[in-house]
Design a protein around this ligand. Structure first.
Ligand SMILES: [Zn+2]
Length: 443
């Protein structure tokens, strides 16, 4: 058992009552009584994993936009969402995304979405999370209208919020949101106590736009008649200027951040969603994870969407994050992170980034009963360190059971209440996307 807040316990036991953990410790000392289930040899019991950043409604885009430059990737994604993806496609994609996440041991999702589909999917499959509703608007003249639309969407979603699934807002990114809209959302979200998520400091193209008013995003905005000027010395200073460097903000990516930016993020208590596979796959680089951790930032791991990562697997993210960090640490002569430190980010760190750590992220008395059980195939490893086994050989860890708030959501690897027909419909949507793209390329 890996409690995360304490060292691993061989033959550990967790006792739950309804939705809470009431006892954690060695099996030999566990109080008797109640239903008792042995998980068996080669099983590792952990807190449910936390995916601090994803886009569940884009699950149909696995493999859709391979090997495109970032601007073309963003533009194609935006166009296909507007021209091909229907509301029912987004609903199916979000359900399939939650199911894939649960099946890989994720119990808490930080999702940013342009519809209520992720929010609905999380609730319907019994997962936990924050659904950050996205808002776009690069033209400052449209800020008031964009804010009004966001307010209406959020009001609808909030009627159905539950203790497990809450609502937040996501002014998307500096290249898709004007300073006026950022500021308006910042003021309103603070008044409404809504958590905020922002894609930040992700790419060289974003830097060019923010720092110099140049590059493909600047050209595109000008082509639409939007005035573009240098906005700030960097994306973190821009976020500070619009009032969003604050504790209820989750900043996503922050690949292109200097020491001062990292200190500002950590000191303000912002959450950080580190998405190593997405950032590497899109060619953006790697956020300076060691520096964020050393600065005491609230860092979690995120898979990002299927459009930039072909799977949702937080253990796989942890492995890549740790290997990248150790390569960088070796080059810089700084300290490498341990497997336990990275596993902490995949659980409690993610909960901290989303400010849900009072409830989830570790196996501790009083916390929510969010549990994952991994069965590990480690022939030839007679006494493996369970954390090293999960972090360094994630492909050998199979999720057998997942419990959220005391309710079993994955049994024998199967997601409870998930309609298998959804996967077929997502496949059909993916085929329509591919056809649309072929037609575009043939032009
Ligand atoms: Zn994202």
């Amino acid at each position: 058992m890996v409690p995360v807040a304490a060292p691993p316990i061989a033959d550990g036991t967790v006792i739950t009552e309804r939705d809470r953990i009431v006892w954690v410790g060695p099996r030999a000392h566990a109080p008797k009584g109640g239903r008792d289930e042995a998980l068996g040899e080669r099983s590792i019991l952990t807190p449910g994993l936390v995916n601090a950043h994803t886009h569940l409604e884009l699950t149909m885009m696995r493999g859709f936009l391979e090997d495109l430059p970032f601007f073309d990737w963003v533009r194609t994604l935006t166009r296909v969402r507007a021209e091909v993806v229907r509301p029912e496609d987004a609903r199916d994609a979000a359900l399939l995304g939650v199911a894939e996440g649960l099946r890989s041991g994720i119990t808490t999702f930080g999702d940013t979405g342009d519809s209520s589909a992720p929010f609905d999917a999380l609730r319907s499959l019994g997962a936990r999370g924050i659904a950050y509703r996205e808002v776009f608007g690069p033209d400052p003249a449209e800020a008031a209208a964009a804010l009004a639309r966001l307010q209406a969407s959020v009001a609808e979603m909030r009627k159905d919020a539950t203790p497990l699934v809450r609502v937040g807002v996501s002014p998307h990114a500096p290249y898709s949101v004007s300073n006026a809209l950022f500021s308006a959302v910042a003021t309103w979200a603070a008044k409404e106590a809504l958590p905020v998520a922002v894609h930040l400091a992700e790419s060289a193209e974003e830097d060019a736009l923010v720092q110099r008013g140049e590059g493909p995003f600047a050209d595109f905005l000008r082509s639409r008649g939007i005035a573009v000027a240098r906005r700030a010395p960097g994306s973190v200073p821009l976020l500070r200027a619009v009032g969003l460097v604050r504790p209820d903000t989750l900043v996503i990516h922050v690949v292109r951040a200097g020491a001062e930016d990292i200190r500002a993020i950590a000191n303000a208590g912002c959450g950080v969603a580190h998405c190593p596979v997405s950032n590497a796959k899109l060619g953006h680089g790697a956020a300076h994870l060691g520096a964020f951790v050393a600065a005491g930032a609230r860092v979690g791991l995120g898979s990002d969407s299927m459009a930039s990562n072909n799977e949702m697997d937080i253990l796989a993210e942890a492995r890549v994050a740790l290997l990248q960090q150790r390569v960088r640490a070796a080059a810089e002569g700084s300290a490498p992170l341990s497997a336990r430190a990275i596993f902490r980010l995949a659980t409690l760190g993610g909960a901290e980034a989303l400010r849900l750590d009072a409830e989830v992220g570790s196996l501790e008395v009083g916390k929510q009963a969010d549990l994952a059980v991994f069965s590990v195939d480690l022939a030839g490893a007679p006494a493996p360190d369970p954390v090293a086994a999960l972090v360094f050989a994630p492909a050998r860890a199979r999720v057998t059971r997942v419990i959220v708030a005391g309710v079993e959501r994955v049994q024998e690897g199967r997601v409870q209440g998930f309609d298998p027909a959804v996967a077929g419909r997502v496949d059909a949507c993916a085929a329509r996307l591919a056809e649309w793209r072929r037609a575009q390329l043939a032009r």
